[in-house]
Design a protein around this ligand. Structure first.
Ligand code: KIV
Length: 290
């Protein structure tokens, strides 16, 4: 097997990410929603995120709001069974960290008991109380600021954030509040590159950007976007490295053609009866119905 990106063998931990920022080594993160995508991603990236994007990417939903804890647990368990060496982060879905610190701790703690190393949650100052509650229980938290998809209704669509003076300064304040509350890293999504770079240089914790320019400590893209497995219109920050949809459909279509022509399966793809049973089976006749 050959990789164009760096291969790792050691387990990635939260201190590893901090060290990468200090060393100026860029962090790589992608999503995985099942064992197959986890096994593909794990030797390549530093962080695997079981994102609530599973809702729109895999479950056919229009946005992430209907994604539940039950759905997230199901997908996290599939990924965790592969025992990734990458840091495994599970995304807290909408309403799983809003109601009370007790409920937030139970939901996040359940993720850790299922094999996650850390949780991610969206939002700034309003979520600081929940972040502190989790960190107090030894649950590591990755924050998420900017274009936070769970706020789609408040933002009036999936729009780039931090473009007005107040919003930009507010985002920087939020980033520092989350760091002070104990977040070990922040995802910065859909914000101007200069703002993300300023946040990154002013914070001691690493930032992981998506649509936030090159000045972050690392980058995250959705697995299916990188591999071209979705057919949706992709935002401009997505770079696709394979036409996975076309490639896989062509392979499937070759198999369907072989089935239709009788070229599949061949003898070596079939099982045989033991010698002695061949004539018994050939000479068998249905018994008459009574
Ligand atoms: O759910 C997700 O995939 C995410 C990433 C895009 C950061 O939150």
């Amino acid at each position: 097997m050959s990789f164009t990106s760096e291969q790792h063998c050691e387990r990635i931990t939260i201190p590893s990410l901090q060290q990468y920022k200090t060393q100026g080594r860029r962090i790589t993160m992608t999503t995985a929603y099942d064992a197959v995508s986890a096994r593909i991603a794990d030797p390549v990236v530093d962080v695997i995120l079981v994102g609530d994007s599973v809702g729109n990417v895999c479950l056919g939903l229009d946005n992430t709001l209907p994604v539940s804890m039950a759905m997230m647990n199901h997908h996290l368990e599939a990924v965790a069974r592969t025992r990734p060496r990458a840091l495994l982060v599970a995304d807290m879905p909408f309403l799983s960290f809003h109601v009370s610190p007790e409920e937030t701790i139970c939901n996040a703690g359940g993720f850790l008991q299922r094999g996650a190393d850390a949780v991610k949650l969206e939002g700034g100052a309003k979520r600081v109380k929940m972040v502190r509650a989790l960190v107090d229980c030894e649950i590591p938290v990755m924050g998420h600021l900017g274009l936070t998809p769970q706020s789609v209704n408040v933002m009036g669509g999936f729009k780039v954030q931090g473009k007005s003076g107040g919003d930009a300064v507010g985002l920087l304040d939020d980033a520092h509040r989350l760091q002070d509350a104990g977040c070990f890293a922040l995802v910065l999504e859909g914000i101007p590159a200069e703002l993300a770079a300023r946040a990154t240089e002013s914070l001691s914790i690493p930032t992981i950007g998506i649509g936030a320019g090159p000045g972050c400590s690392g980058q995250v893209l959705v697995f299916h976007d990188v591999l071209g497995l979705t057919q949706d219109r992709r935002p401009k920050f997505v770079r696709t490295y394979a036409d996975g949809f076309q490639l896989l459909q062509e392979a499937l279509s070759c198999w369907a053609t072989d089935v239709r022509s009788g070229a599949f399966p061949e003898p070596q793809e079939s099982y045989r009866l033991p010698e002695g049973l061949t004539s018994t089976v050939a000479n068998w006749k249905p018994s008459r119905a009574t």
